[in-house]
Design a protein. Structure first.
Length: 109
């Protein structure tokens, strides 16, 4: 299971969660910064990533991107370490997302 962290989230999350999600990447470090929501979601779907973001704008795009899977950190105005803890607490739900009929998980702190 690998996560792609949107450019609005710190690239530090890749390191903080490397034990649970070892092949994760940051959009800021792989050439996706500033390319737009649709392109980031297309990339995530094409490369079997679950996209993690703090922007609910992606909910509407999910209908147009086959295979797109998204985790939204709602109201993510908290430190990166707290975001990592929220993702850790929900690691099983996240891991089950590819086998779920839902393609979206919304998490609160």
């Amino acid at each position: 299971m690998k996560l792609l962290f949107d450019e609005s989230l710190s690239p530090k999350l890749v390191l903080l969660l490397s034990d649970l999600f070892p092949e994760s990447e940051s959009a800021l470090r792989n050439g996706l910064a500033g390319v737009g929501d649709r392109r980031i979601l297309d990339y995530a779907a094409a490369h079997d990533f679950i996209l993690v973001l703090a922007d609910s704008d992606f909910e509407g795009l999910l209908r147009h991107v086959p295979g797109g899977q998204v985790v939204i950190l709602r109201s993510c105005e908290y430190p990166t370490e707290v975001a990592a803890q929220v993702l850790r607490r929900n690691a099983i739900r996240i891991a089950e997302l590819p086998n779920s009929e839902d393609h979206l998980i919304v998490l609160d702190q």
